[in-house]
Ligand binder design. Structure first.
Ligand code: KG4
Ligand code: ZN
Length: 376
């Protein structure tokens, strides 16, 4: 089954064609991040306007790259289904993808699957994995259930337990149980806001990570391969030892704000920016890793699935590998290819393949407030 996945929830316009939930035939992403660098963050109206400009060329290129037909209106039967993100996200951006997908579904007379963007992030862990192969690398196998998933993106931080694939047709709302999430800022939002405070460009996650890597290269700093870096303790680890699976990152942002202000006024010793970036990253990673390990120990899932834009962070990936390895658990750690962590059309198509909740286009509308446990 070939699915065209369409993603427009925020500042990326993305489309991809994926066969049978794992084989990527094409993936095209147009980002309006360049526009948001000047403003230091996303202005929703500007992001939506760019979505309108990009959506048709992006879909067309995805179809062309997949060696399907050169013209959208001549698609015929080469695509079996269309999948589109219907929430959560920015309403103006979501509407562009949803209305385009509905129009194409009606025009081409092919089914449409509405996709929950947060659930789709988890499916980055299924891309490129066909069956339980012979490979010794367990990360190359399809994840087994029950699975514990950490979704860390720009707007969300959620820890969920999945009994199986979400199935709208089974009569159950969802196979997903929410264990905890952020009480204020999301992890990605914290990276973005702290980057701004440190005069680093949007998006903040990659720029903080690059700046932190400069610090890790200094002679004398602990090598990046080490586990918990006890040298980097300038900032607080919010809710690190709370007995639940909730997170809070707004206090960390305030702490960075105060540090920068005090350093500028000369009231505090200056910590260079590359170290401050490493400090911010380490504080966020410490909390994400600790809560993930606590949940793994408690629920003993067969798989742990890292996902969302922040999952592209090399320090988080490395720390999880190291620390789950140390525990010698039965849980298989899955870390997706970094290019499928941030927003893309591939995960939309992959998640639609496994969810299979075809819905008449007349019943689909964008829902910016959708939560990870909502289906439709
Ligand atoms: O999932 P995503 O692409 O979009 C949303 O659904 O929000 O996540 C975007 C977030 C941004 O906050 C961005 O700064 C963060 O993911 N991010 C990273 C990295 N790459 C993207 N955070 C830390 N390290 C990275 N390498
Ligand atoms: Zn996302």
């Amino acid at each position: 089954m070939r699915i065209l996945g369409i993603e427009t929830s925020c500042d990326e316009t993305a489309a991809a064609v994926v066969e049978d939930g794992h084989k990527v035939l094409s993936s095209v992403i147009a980002s309006s991040a360049d526009m948001h660098i000047a403003s230091g963050g996303i202005i929703p109206e500007n992001a939506a306007r760019r979505q309108v400009e990009s959506i048709i060329p992006v879909i067309q290129k995805a179809l062309l790259d997949a060696s399907i037909k050169s013209k959208i209106y001549d698609l015929g039967s080469t695509i079996d289904t269309i999948a589109v993100t219907y929430g959560p996200g920015l309403i103006g951006s979501l509407l562009v993808g949803v209305e385009t997908a509905k129009t194409l579904s009606h025009l081409w007379q092919i089914p449409l699957i509405p996709v929950n963007h947060l659930v789709a992030h988890i499916y980055a862990n299924f891309v490129g994995k066909e069956t339980r192969g012979k490979s010794q690398d367990t990360n190359s196998h399809l994840p087994s259930f029950p699975a514990l998933a950490l979704v860390v993106s720009g707007g969300h931080t959620d820890l969920v337990l999945m009994k199986g694939h979400p199935s709208a047709n089974s009569g159950q709302a969802s196979n997903i149980k929410w264990l905890g999430g952020t009480r204020d800022d999301a992890a990605g939002e914290c990276f973005d806001k702290c980057a701004r405070l440190l005069d680093l460009p949007y998006p903040g996650g990659p720029s903080i990570s690059a700046e932190a890597n400069k610090y890790f290269q200094h002679p004398g700093s602990l090598p990046a391969q080490t586990g918990n870096n006890y040298d980097l303790t300038t900032f607080p680890r919010p809710m690190l030892n709370s007995k639940d699976f909730d997170f809070s990152f707004s206090g960390l942002k305030t702490s960075v704000f105060n540090r920068v202000k005090e350093q500028k006024s000369g009231r505090m010793k200056v910590i260079p920016r590359d170290q401050l970036a490493a400090e911010v990253q380490e504080a966020i990673v410490d909390v994400l890793v600790k809560k993930s390990l606590d949940a793994i120990k408690k629920y003993k899932p067969k798989s742990f699935l890292l996902s969302g834009g922040v999952a592209a962070n090399s320090r988080l990936r490395e720390r999880l590998r190291l620390e789950t390895g140390n525990l010698k658990l039965e849980t298989t750690l899955h870390i997706p290819d970094a290019k499928y962590c941030t927003d893309n059309g591939v995960v939309i198509a992959a998640s639609a393949f496994y969810g299979r909740s075809t819905t008449p286009w007349q019943k689909i509308s964008a829902n910016p407030e959708l939560s990870i446990t909502d289906r439709i």
